[in-house]
Design a protein around this ligand. Structure first.
Ligand SMILES: Nc1nc2c(c(=O)[nH]1)N[C@H]1C(S)=C(S)[C@@H](COP(=O)(O)O)O[C@H]1N2
Ligand SMILES: [Mo]
Length: 261
């Protein structure tokens, strides 16, 4: 980046506030996060990003490239063989909390009979799936903790298809970087391939032994106990495999993209 003149509108405290938001790390590791954020000064950001930060546009560019850098580091640190904790049935949170970017009454109603799951991008088989076809695949169950950045966590039991089995079945290019999701409520997100292939990543069709209820994401929620709540898309309508960064609903507003351990 080219050296620029200092802009008089430069407001260090508001930039640092944005920096903290954009570069924020996962909440499970609060002490490390607090440490990193306390140590973050504007000079430090400039040094780390190799940029002379002098106006807001450049700050924005530097910070989002740092955030992408941060995602890459988290990707390198991700251990595909490390399992998230599982819990006994007695620890399930009842009732399980609802969360979305709207109220519970506005959760979308998806019609079971006309529903088709679209699968596109770097896959050999792009046919659209009926729910009954998905239910006919091998199913597995797990009790794990869901952690939301809004400050709550809850233990629940989800059942469905191991996502790595599904990706194999559609002939996905597992060397591709991303798997993206589009949802019935305009929500969207995307994940790294290593997490997509993790043994605990499930394409879930049930909650607590029954068909996934409307509020928890009928007909389908991708459940990843290694990632924060907002990375777990509900009401999935389309899945695509790609090398082009797809972002996400909250990620595009500054939440960390990797969003997990
Ligand atoms: N389609 C869709 N998926 C979504 C969201 C959403 O608004 N729409 N919110 C996310 C967030 S922030 C959380 S914490 C969880 C909440 O899931 P729950 O209602 O089953 O608790 O869903 C995630 N997946
Ligand atoms: Mo969340």
């Amino acid at each position: 980046m080219r050296k620029r003149e200092q802009s008089p509108e430069l407001d260090e405290s508001s930039i640092l506030k944005d920096a903290r938001k954009i570069i924020s790390l996962q909440v499970e590791d609060r002490s490390r996060r607090a440490f990193l954020l306390r140590g973050l000064t504007l000079g430090g950001v400039a040094m780390l990003s190799g940029c002379n930060i002098t106006d807001n546009d450049h700050v924005e560019t530097a910070l989002s490239s740092m955030s992408r850098f941060n995602d890459r580091v988290q990707g390198w640190l991700f251990n595909p063989n490390a399992m998230a904790p599982t819990y006994p049935e007695s620890m399930i949170t009842r009732p399980f909390p609802f969360n979305a970017f709207y109220g519970i009454d506005e959760a979308p109603t998806v019609d079971e009979d006309t529903y088709r799951l679209e699968v596109t991008g770097r896959v050999a088989d792009t046919h659209s799936w009926k729910l009954e076809e998905l239910r006919a695949m091998a199913q597995t169950d797990q009790i794990t903790r869901h952690i939301c950045v809004e400050g709550w966590s809850a233990i629940g039991r989800w059942g469905g298809i191991r996502f790595s089995d599904f990706l194999k079945c559609v002939g996905a290019d597992t060397d591709a970087k991303y798997v993206g999701f589009k949802c019935a409520d305009d929500y969207y997100t995307s994940i790294d391939m290593a997490t997509a292939l993790h043994a605990q990543t499930l394409l879930t069709l049930t909650y607590d032994g029954a068909v996934l209820p409307r509020e928890y994401g009928f007909p389908m929620k991708l459940r990843m106990p290694t990632k924060l709540g907002y990375k777990n898309p509900k009401h999935i309508q389309a899945i695509f495999v790609t090398n082009t960064y797809p972002g996400g609903y909250w990620e595009d507003q500054g939440y960390n993209w990797f969003g997990g351990s």
